[in-house]
Design a protein around this ligand. Structure first.
Ligand SMILES: C[S@@+](CC[C@H](N)C(=O)[O-])C[C@H]1O[C@@H](n2cnc3c(N)ncnc32)[C@H](O)[C@@H]1O
Length: 227
């Protein structure tokens, strides 16, 4: 655990260098948004990256707020998307929002990028800030994800199912926690889960160095905080 404390968040470097640069919305998420009702309400995009999901949220009637630990990501959104975008630099472990103030939290490929204890802190923050009846949409790496096996083979397992995998430039210093179904159900036991499915995300399909296709499974969790 001491190892985790010593590592400063590497995302600012990755985003500044362009190592993380996804800008097209994820088709799996668009499908979920398409099926959901249109509402005029506050939505937090937790770990919003370069803001690729802010417009789809807005199109669905939400007033989106993006939060990311990387100042470069936030600067990019203001410069390239819209100067008035509601985006802030922040840490998903301590959200700068009032209790029960958000109608939707989108945690798309973000909460697992830390130790399990920290992931639980972020989930507690989501629980605190969601209104009763508010909704969570999350994508969380599964233990069937290709990177899990790469972690097992080449990474440093800093705690159970949590790895630092430094062999690829774009993974440098990043912590990845992977979840199995039982863990997901336990972590989100406070939520009424309306959709739980293990899916391969379109944007993370790639061919591995040995030519095999990747199987980047994520748990897609949609649920509502009981009223
Ligand atoms: C894999 S990217 C996903 C970005 C975005 N959700 C998307 O789908 O394009 C993860 C994002 O989480 C951000 N992040 C990592 N740790 C964070 C933290 N502790 N608090 C807030 N954001 C964080 C990173 O800076 C990065 O932009």
């Amino acid at each position: 655990m001491e190892k985790v404390k010593d590592i400063s968040n590497p995302w600012e470097g990755l985003i500044k260098e362009g190592a993380y640069n996804l800008q097209k919305p994820e088709p799996n998420l668009l499908k979920i948004l398409k099926a959901s009702e249109r509402i005029d309400a506050f939505a937090l995009d937790l770990g919003c990256g370069l803001g690729r999901h802010l417009a789809p949220l807005q199109e669905k009637g939400f007033q989106p707020i993006g939060l990311d630990i990387s100042p470069s990501a936030i600067r990019f959104i203001r410069k390239e998307l819209h100067p008035d975008s509601k985006v802030i630099v922040g840490d998903m472990k301590v959200l700068p929002f009032e209790d029960e103030s958000l109608d939707l939290v989108l945690a798309w490929r973000s909460v697992y990028l830390q130790s399990f204890k920290e992931m639980l802190q972020s989930v507690d923050e989501i629980k605190r800030t969601l209104k009763p009846g508010g909704k969570l949409i999350a994508a969380i790496r599964s233990t069937r994800n290709t990177l899990y096996f790469i972690g097992k083979e080449k990474g440093v397992e800093i705690e159970e199912n949590t790895f630092i995998i430094d062999d690829e430039k774009y993974l440098k210093g990043v912590i990845f926690h992977f979840s199995h179904e039982q863990e997901i159900r336990k972590v989100f036991s406070w939520l009424t889960i309306t959709y739980l499915n293990e899916e391969i995300l379109e944007d993370t399909k790639y061919t591995q160095k040995d030519g095999r296709p990747s199987t980047n499974y994520y748990w897609i969790v949609v649920g509502e905080k009981p009223r």
